[in-house]
Design a protein around this ligand. Structure first.
Ligand code: SF4
Length: 446
């Protein structure tokens, strides 16, 4: 099957500096919190400087880690629980917090790239325990759970999820410590003097406030009184298994989505597989691990999108598209169909090479433009692995040559998907996808 050469339909690519600057500003902007949060109480020094120096913002490299974490826990929470239990706001005595999942007991969801053992949790992740302890004290429940998603290392694969059950036998002592920390912070803020706040664990580890902080001369040592108030910390395999059993890999819908037109061969296999009888245990676990990885990537993009706030009221609309058996929503920003992607490249791709380096992004944007009858679309590329801050985000306005031809190609692919009796009837995916694709054997790509 001859490849559809999307590059030949790209008429013009313009790097939109004005849009990029506006989005970068949103990305970097940070409002100092108005209220004292549980997170503040895990690091009083940073809580103080966050308020006193709102103009100091963390580098994007650090924000990326936060987006990855918050993005994952949202998507994961939605997969294993339901809306009424997610991100539950709690408050006591002027301290506020948000519990990731709170059905019967508080559950905190964390992500990490380094291995955490049960012993390591108390030694190296005291703030996880402190946070959970405070939530437990706030809702007066003497136990909670910490769920950790371990990003997979290709060299040394391990269980993707681990769960810990933690008890807090003395909630009143935790509340006392919370009050003490809250009062210390308020007093420091009023007196403009942070010297009575304990030094923080970020000293010498790339703290954002190292230029203004007094940690080097401060005399109050770092301590974790709340973590020390934890009772039993137990690895909880039952919860892990229960959570994994709740992670239901989504089944392809009966309608075709825009993505199916971009990757029709993959869509063909996914439909075929979902129609087959049950998977064996190993296949099912592998599917779930792949899905957790997808949640991690999707969560990152979602949190990034939220930080970019290109969803400000009036600026963004979602337009429904329905054509033959293809239906989807197209996100339109300032009148242009807009997609956000985070390529894993270590360096920026030159404008002239973009359509060859990322044909799938251009196919997607081209199909969105053609199906909404707009000759121009916007591609936002966020290069997480590029070091230079100013080049991490690139904004391109892309004009397409023949919308009719693009629309016909999208519909041809969907029609092929409906009638194909072999994967070889369908266009291939980009070559880089084949390496890790579960269908590569059937696809002749092994
Ligand atoms: S092996 Fe490659 S072409 Fe085949 S379905 Fe997987 S990604 Fe697509």
């Amino acid at each position: 099957m001859a490849d559809f050469d999307i590059a030949s339909y790209v008429a013009h690519i313009e790097a939109n500096r004005a849009a990029k600057d506006a989005l970068m500003q949103k990305l970097r902007a940070r409002r100092p919190p108005h209220r004292i949060t549980v997170t503040d109480l895990t690091n009083l020094k940073q809580a103080y400087f966050r308020r006193k120096y709102p103009e100091i913002t963390p580098p994007l490299e650090k924000q990326q880690l936060m987006w990855a974490g918050t993005g994952f826990h949202k998507v994961f929470g939605a997969a294993v629980s339901s809306e009424e239990y997610l991100e539950q706001f709690v408050e006591i005595e002027g301290i506020v917090g948000k519990i990731d999942i709170y059905e019967e007991i508080p559950i905190e969801v964390k992500t990490t790239s380094t291995t955490v053992s049960p012993k390591g949790l108390l030694k190296y992740r005291q703030t996880y325990i402190e946070q959970l302890g405070m939530y437990c004290a706030m809702v007066n429940i003497s136990q909670g759970k910490i769920i950790i998603y371990q990003r997979q290392d290709q060299e040394a694969p391990q269980a993707p999820l681990s769960a810990y059950h933690v008890t807090f036998p003395n909630l009143e002592a935790i509340r006392d410590e919370m009050r003490r920390r809250r009062d210390l912070l308020i007093h420091a803020l009023i007196s403009n003097d942070p010297s009575n706040l304990p030094v923080c664990s970020w000293l010498d580890r790339g703290c954002d406030y190292s230029e203004v902080c007094d940690c080097r001369t401060a005399s109050v040592p770092l301590s974790y009184e709340i973590a020390e108030l934890a009772g039993q910390i137990q690895f909880d395999d039952v919860t892990c298994q229960q959570l994994l059993s709740k992670v239901a890999v989504p089944q392809p819908s009966s309608r075709f989505r825009m993505n199916d037109a971009v990757f029709p061969r993959k869509a063909y296999f996914e439909r075929l597989k979902s129609a087959e009888t049950t998977l064996d245990e190993e296949e099912s676990l592998q599917k779930k691990q792949d899905y957790l990885r997808a949640m991690d990537e999707f969560g990152f993009l979602d949190a990034l999108r939220e930080s970019l706030q290109y969803g400000a009221p009036g600026e963004v609309r979602s337009i429904p598209v329905q054509c033959a058996s293809l239906s989807d929503l197209v996100r339109v920003h300032q009148g242009l169909p807009t997609i956000l992607r985070a390529p894993k490249f270590q360096s920026l791709v030159e404008r002239q090479r973009l359509a060859w380096a990322f044909p799938h992004y251009f196919l997607r944007l081209g199909f969105e433009c053609a199906l909404t009858e707009r000759p121009k679309g916007r591609l936002l590329l966020y290069y997480a692995k590029v070091d230079k801050e100013d080049t991490k985000l690139m904004v391109y306005d892309v004009s397409f040559g023949s919308l009719n031809a693009l629309k016909s190609e999208a519909l041809r692919r969907v029609e092929l998907l409906e009638t194909a009796s072999s994967p070889f009837d369908l266009p291939k995916c980009p070559a880089w996808m084949c390496r890790n694709c579960e269908y590569r054997l059937e696809c002749g790509e092994a």
